[in-house]
Design a protein around this ligand. Structure first.
Ligand code: ACO
Length: 312
């Protein structure tokens, strides 16, 4: 039994907030944000659209793309650090709203690495033949924990959702290798404050991210018994174009083979990798048999990477 991704979906709110819009709120400039991060605009959800709403839209699309119905889903995993409420989980909200059976449903908290954690968790249940079709969602409404008066963080983040169905695929396809890790000693550098806002020491996180994205992506390629030359496509966590470029250069991958949506969505944390995956699959950028590397890092500090061969 081999696990792979058999359907993808994504949803982003309609409202676009540009760098120029932010110039009116904090002491920043379009030029600073573009050159330091690669971000040009981001999507922000309105008050009446919460995390579970975005998750629902992405999930419906992924279930449909996998040619399944909600009844076929036998586990729901939602990666988020911005649930609608402390409990119940977004996964339980989704179970009810999708009309799924009374299956296992839970949230995963691993910040920007959460979707990778979710897919790797799903893989274990599929390959143990315990479950057949697992819905994994990465979703964030970061705008509700963003301090809009803090220029160090408010220019970086956006809202959105991405989803994937993890199911069984043929022996030649699917997830070839993975790596997950965490280092809680990094908590002072990136965490939620008592006022519920994001605090980030950008320089420390930057250094960690460059090292970890490079190491983890190479590690999964090696674990899969492959070399850099075998990699057809790279989807790095869309946090900052300079961090993404470092990961790309580490794998010697040409620019056109790296996913890039940071300019239009900013950093959507757990949603960034599944949004990119869903968009790129629909745009035909990832083709059957392509060796694809997904790699992310985030608060925890956490990290994760997956090497997979695309297709069923
Ligand atoms: N506009 C203008 N100036 C700014 C802004 C802004 N929006 N933000 C910070 N600055 C200023 C700072 O005040 C500081 O000024 P100072 O030197 O006078 O004190 C200076 O710019 C900061 O310069 P650098 O630290 O050199 O900026 P750097 O090139 O490192 O870029 C950035 C900062 C973009 C935050 C970068 O460090 C970064 O991307 N870090 C990683 C962030 C990340 O990816 N986090 C992901 C995890 S998020 C999660 O898990 C939810």
């Amino acid at each position: 039994m081999k696990a792979g991704i058999i359907g993808t979906g994504h949803y982003v709110p309609e409202q676009v907030v540009t760098n120029h819009d932010l110039e009116k709120i904090v002491d920043t400039s379009d030029e600073w944000i573009r050159t330091r991060t690669g971000i040009e605009e981001r999507r922000i959800a309105p008050d009446d659209v919460d995390t579970s709403d975005m998750a629902y839209h992405a999930a419906v699309q992924a279930i449909d793309e996998a040619n399944l119905t909600a009844e076929d889903i036998d586990m729901i995993l939602v990666a988020t650090v911005t649930p609608d409420m402390g409990f119940p989980s977004v996964a339980c909200q989704l179970q009810a709203r999708l009309g799924a059976r009374q299956i296992a449903a839970m949230d995963i908290s691993a910040a920007c690495s959460g979707f990778i954690y979710g897919v790797v968790t799903a893989k274990q249940f599929i390959e143990a033949n315990v479950h057949q079709n697992i819905l994994v969602v990465g979703v964030e409404k970061l705008s509700k924990i963003t301090d809009w008066s803090d220029r160090n963080t408010s220019v970086l983040f956006g809202d959105g959702a991405g989803a994937a169905i993890v199911g069984s695929v043929s022996e030649e396809r699917g997830i070839l290798a993975h790596e997950l890790g965490a280092d809680g000693s990094g908590i002072p550098h990136l965490h939620q404050t008592e006022e519920d806002f994001i605090y980030m020491n950008g320089r420390e996180v930057f250094k960690f991210a460059v090292r970890q994205m490079g190491d983890s992506s190479l590690n999964v390629v090696k674990k899969a018994g492959l070399t850099k030359d075998d990699v057809d496509y790279l989807i790095p966590h869309q946090a900052n174009i300079r961090i993404m470029e470092a990961a790309r250069e580490n794998l010697d991958i040409p620019v056109e083979k790296m996913s890039k949506s940071v300019h239009k969505y900013g950093n959507t944390s757990a949603a960034s990798i599944p949004i990119a995956l869903s968009e790129d699959v629909k745009a035909g950028k990832i083709k059957d048999n392509d060796v694809t590397v997904l790699v992310g890092f985030g608060g925890g500090l956490t990290w994760g990477a997956i090497a997979l061969r695309w297709g069923k």
